[in-house]
Design a protein around this ligand. Structure first.
Ligand SMILES: *[C@@H]1O[C@H](CO)[C@@H](O)[C@H](O)[C@H]1NC(C)=O
Length: 245
């Protein structure tokens, strides 16, 4: 019954249109002929000067008729199926974390990959189809959806490429260093590395008597109860004594 189905390329199209015909029964009017009799004057005395005459006349009549109608018809292309008003693409495997955007083609949500979008991105990839490489360094975690880096403790910067600024340490560099007396503070643990002459967890104490220098490991060489400087080891003599070289 299809009439003149127009062949539209289905390439990149979800449906082709064609025109089909169908017939309907209608009442149609027409001019129906009939024999009309009328009188006319004539010279025939036997007919009392009135003669019968005939002529073909028409009157409106009705009859059943067939009328051909045309309608547009959409037909889904191969790989598509009718879904309400539209032709929707069909994916043989259902798209688990994504959408079917073309026949057998899943468009994955960020953070998911694989043919049917069922595999989560590994730790070094992110985005739709896990197609972007993570840029994070220094052991940072990469957000599989946005690619944002979550720095491990002691690091900062969008790629976590920077150490915490001096004076701060830990996760997000949120903790304040407690080290004193010009000690160095470890960017991850906050552990203090004392400058020469100091000791204690926060380097808050001088070296014990008789010791000086880095890690208070050097032995003082002062005599006669002279006090040894905790940093340099220099002896300060009690009254009455002098330094001998
Ligand atoms: C998605 O694909 C994986 C591996 O290709 C398969 O094991 C799984 O059954 C699929 N899931 C669906 C819902 O099609």
């Amino acid at each position: 019954r299809a009439f003149g189905c127009c062949v539209i390329y289905c390439y990149l199209l979800s449906c082709s249109r064609c025109v089909s015909s169908y017939s309907v029964t209608v009442q149609e009017s027409y001019a129906h002929p009939f024999d009309q009799v009328y009188y006319s004057s004539c010279s025939d005395i036997l007919k009392w000067f009135k003669c019968t005459k005939h002529r073909v006349s028409y009157r409106v009549a009705y009859r059943r008729g067939q009328k051909t109608m045309y309608r547009r018809k959409s037909q889904c292309c191969q790989g598509f199926y009718e879904n309400g008003e539209i032709c929707a693409p069909h994916c043989t495997e259902s798209c688990v974390h994504g959408r079917c955007t073309a026949p057998n083609t899943c468009q994955c949500e960020p953070g998911w990959g694989g043919n049917n979008c069922s595999s989560a991105c590994d730790s070094t990839h992110w985005g739709p189809h896990c197609s972007n490489r993570c840029q994070c360094v220094n052991g940072a975690l990469c957000n599989p959806i946005s690619g944002a880096c979550v720095c491990s403790r002691g690091f900062r910067g969008w790629r976590c490429e920077l150490q915490c600024e001096p004076g701060s340490y830990g996760h997000g560099c949120q903790q304040k260093c407690q080290c004193q007396n010009a000690a160095q503070c470890h960017h991850m643990s906050g552990e203090c590395r004392c400058s020469p002459g100091y000791m204690g967890a926060f380097c808050e104490e001088h070296c014990p008597a008789g010791k000086h220098g880095p890690q208070c490991e050097e032995r003082c060489s002062c005599h006669n109860e002279a006090v040894c400087h905790h940093v340099t080891g220099e002896c300060s003599c009690p009254p009455g004594w002098t330094v001998t070289k």
